[in-house]
Write a protein that binds this ligand. Structure first.
Ligand code: ZN
Length: 631
């Protein structure tokens, strides 16, 4: 395949572009040139070529013709001047990129990319411009270091992936099937296998962290339809472990293909997977994979922006669309064959604006089958409005402080934590609640750091606040990250405070430690702000139990719950029933079929029957283990 593409490229490009090498780089074709100016100056040449070959083409300069690194750095600083506020300049020699991190990336890009073009033509390095993150992130540093250290390996990985994607299509039988491996008629371990005649793609690969039995924890890879050897690609909708937690396992068992995710998803899932191993290890559980497998997963990840159309197999094209759920969350849209069929996976969507994100996208170029979540899919699952929720939160916090108590809010590190911090910081700034310390515990600060490192994925209003008004809510002086167990004790014994801690369902993590220390005092308050999975401590407390037994160092300890217990559901990153109905009514184009997933059994069936009654389109809610034929 590459030989054919190479011949075409040599034929199409002008002789003076001096092509030295052509290589697959994942879904893209990299063309190395000794005279890239010709191709950079006249953009139409490459655009025409890409259109003709129906491939994404990227031009790279041959290593011999690039300006030496020290001179390149000097020249970039000269060209950009002080205005750009460059913080670091790094080089990726294998692909010929100069990575420029700056506080004012716009200056480095220049008017309609003018500055970028000047840098390319004067240095023959291709600039990649990034905004210096407002909060330093350990994970982002680690990921970047991994790519630098294993740059050669990464290039080999991308070449193998590219060969597989661009192989000729042999089986054109046009049947399309989806096998439910996890997260069907349940919440947790989301995974669906999409099969065409030619290829097999996995959409999500999650772990049900709340489950007690191994049989219900991982996707059903034991089913005959699943064969790791035949897998072409893995698509990850968002970073939550119930969608991404099992990805490294694939590498432990020999998967060599790509993981497709947005940039925030890549960073956040790496953070959550590392933490998952850490927690499981401490609890003495058998680990399904090791740290090395997480590293492999990072090295095999290809990041995509919203709206970027990419070949992921010979007959499947992937596009991510904003899902409004957590930063970087996406609705993966798969286009199969040349206009043969289209499906979208709206799993974990918020069809309303939140403090952090814009609402989920409901318009697609084409759509035959829509998969949609139903976490809040029962007719009674109507959540109060955001203003009502904010008022309720304000009142609980206010009353608790008056009594001299403390407020504990258990949260998932990614998503709800940031949403709640933005709300609390806003209330303090507006004087609605007194200025008291907000302690975050668990990986919340790191998650906030990753969130603000990718501002292009945040809502327009929050982006404006952070970058134009210089008000980053995550950097507010009231917010303090807890760094040690001693500090935790001081907080528990100290003055009124708000504690925002992981995990969100009180199934492990610092939130449980705070809960045990605070639950027996009626002056304190516990506020649930997210969905509590079946069987978790959180759901038991939410249902009203007052006595709880816990095993500590081999002994059973009894806790009497006296603290106020409240649930504020409206801050969820999921759509409530009304928003789900709106989504079905508004989605364009109208799909022929709706498959309801990601909800307890009663919710998937109820919502599916509503869909059928309202739209008169086929609707179904299959359980795990079933295979449905879409075409
Ligand atoms: Zn989620």
């Amino acid at each position: 395949m590459l030989e054919q593409i190479s011949r075409d490229i040599h034929e199409e490009l002008p002789d003076n572009s001096e092509i030295s090498r052509i290589e697959f780089e994942g879904p893209e074709v990299a063309v190395y040139s000794r005279n890239p100016k010709v191709l950079v100056d006249d953009e139409t040449i490459i655009k025409e070529l890409a259109k003709k070959l129906r491939k994404r083409i990227v031009i790279r300069s041959d290593p011999d013709v690039r300006l030496p690194k020290d001179q390149t750095m000097y020249l970039i600083n000269e060209l950009v001047g002080k205005e750009g506020e460059i913080t670091t300049i790094d080089f990726d020699e294998l692909v010929g990129e100069v990575v420029i991190e700056a506080l004012k990336p716009g200056v480095i890009i220049g008017k309609s990319g003018d500055m970028l073009r000047t840098i390319i033509s004067k240095t023959l390095w291709r600039p990649r411009v990034m905004r210096t993150p407002p909060i330093e992130s350990r994970v982002i540093k680690t990921v970047r270091h991994l790519y630098q250290k294993h740059s050669k390996k990464r290039q080999d990985i991308l070449r193998v992936i590219g060969k597989r994607i661009h192989r000729p299509v042999i089986y054109r039988d046009d049947t399309i099937r989806v096998t439910a491996l996890g997260g069907f008629a349940e919440v947790g371990r989301s995974s669906a296998l999409v099969q065409t005649g030619e290829s097999k793609v996995l959409v999500d690969c999650g772990i049900n962290v709340g489950s007690n039995s191994p049989n219900n924890t991982f996707p059903r890879f034991d089913l005959p339809e699943f064969d790791i050897e035949e897998l072409d690609a893995v698509v990850v909708s968002h970073a939550h472990l119930d969608h991404s937690g099992f990805v490294p396992y694939l590498f432990k068992y020999g998967y060599k293909g790509a993981i497709y995710a947005t940039r925030p998803t890549r960073d956040l899932m790496t953070m959550l997977q590392l933490d998952y191993l850490d927690v499981a290890n401490k609890e003495g559980k058998t680990l399904p994979y090791e740290q090395d497998d997480i590293r492999e997963s990072v090295l095999h990840t290809i990041v995509l922006d919203y709206g970027e159309v990419t070949d992921i197999s010979p007959d499947i094209r992937l596009t991510f669309h904003n899902a409004g759920h957590i930063v970087g969350s996406a609705i993966p849209h798969l286009h199969i064959g040349e206009g043969v069929y289209n499906l979208a996976f709206a799993q974990d969507i918020k069809y309303a604006k939140s403090n952090l994100l814009d609402p989920a996208i409901s318009r697609f170029p084409r759509l035959e089958t829509l998969f949609i979540e139903s976490t809040y899919g029962k007719p009674q699952d109507i959540l109060p409005s955001r203003t009502e929720c904010e008022d309720l939160l304000r009142n609980i916090v206010f009353d608790t402080i008056q009594k001299g108590g403390k407020v504990l809010i258990p949260v998932l590190a990614v998503g709800r934590a940031q949403e709640i911090l933005v709300v609390l910081e806003g209330m303090m700034r507006d004087g609605k609640i007194p200025n008291i310390p907000i302690y975050t515990d668990g990986m919340i600060r790191e998650a906030s750091a990753i969130t603000t490192a990718h501002p292009e994925f945040l809502s327009k209003s929050l982006r404006e606040r952070i970058f134009h008004e210089g008000q980053n809510p995550f950097l507010a002086e009231q917010i303090n990250q807890v760094a040690s167990p001693e500090e935790r004790d001081l907080i528990i014994q100290g003055d009124p405070a708000i504690i925002v801690a992981t995990s969100g369902m009180l199934n492990g993590g610092p939130s449980v430690l705070y809960f045990k220390a605070l639950c027996q005092d009626s002056n304190n308050s516990l506020i649930f702000v997210s969905y509590q999975g079946k069987g978790t401590l959180g759901s038991k407390i939410q249902k009203g139990i007052t006595e709880i037994q816990m095993v500590e160092e081999g002994k059973t300890v009894m806790y009497h719950i006296a603290m106020g217990v409240h649930s504020i559901t409206g801050f969820t990153g999921h759509s409530d029933r009304r928003e789900l109905e709106n989504y079905i009514n508004k989605v364009i184009p109208k799909p022929e079929r709706v498959v309801v997933i990601h909800g307890e059994e009663s919710k998937v069936t109820k919502f599916a029957s509503w869909v059928y009654k309202t739209t008169k389109r086929e609707s179904l809610a299959p359980p795990n283990g079933t295979t449905i034929r879409l075409r």
